[in-house]
Write a protein that binds this ligand. Structure first.
Ligand code: ZN
Length: 160
């Protein structure tokens, strides 16, 4: 038995007695002996390995996350369509739904391609400009409130 043959059969020797010719090669070949020893060691470690227990808070965190997910704003149309195809649609409807999705993608993609023309750079209003705009809005609001107050005053003075 040569090295490639030995290495090819090595995994089987973990679960069954090593055949005579295999044992002979292992005894003569340091490389294969080392490879077999390493494989046995790995297998032993895997045997000893135990899946870790989830933490005590796992359930609480999971339910909190589910609740948050439920409370969040509904996903966009595309996401909902995808989820519907993946999880809700009946199996026999899937090819149809997938076809509809593909059409949507092609049409939608085309639209996006048309929309994706480089637009003129949008001037970003500076913070100062935005502040002034909001002051302007507030000033208008105050003027309207003053006007209302004035009306009320004149109304009360007229009644007196
Ligand atoms: Zn060998």
């Amino acid at each position: 038995m040569n090295c490639p043959e030995t290495k090819k059969n090595m995994a089987d020797w973990l679960f069954a007695p090593i055949p005579e010719e295999g044992r002979k090669h292992i005894a003569e070949c340091a490389g294969c002996a080392e490879a077999l020893a390493s494989m046995e060691k790995t297998w032993k470690l895997l045997d000893e390995w135990q899946a870790p227990e989830p933490s005590a808070f796992f359930d609480a965190r999971l339910y909190a996350r589910l609740r948050r997910e439920r409370e969040e704003a509904p996903a966009g149309l595309f996401e909902r369509a995808k989820a519907w195809i993946l999880y809700r649609s009946n199996l026999h409807m899937r090819p149809l739904a997938a076809g509809a999705m593909a059409t949507l993608l092609v049409v939608g993609g085309g639209t996006f391609a048309l929309l994706d023309q480089p637009a003129a750079p949008v001037a970003q209003a500076s913070a100062t400009v935005r502040d002034l705009q909001s002051y302007d809005g507030n000033a208008q609001l105050f003027q309207q409130l003053n006007a209302l107050d004035g009306d009320e005053d004149s109304a009360t003075s007229a009644s007196n």
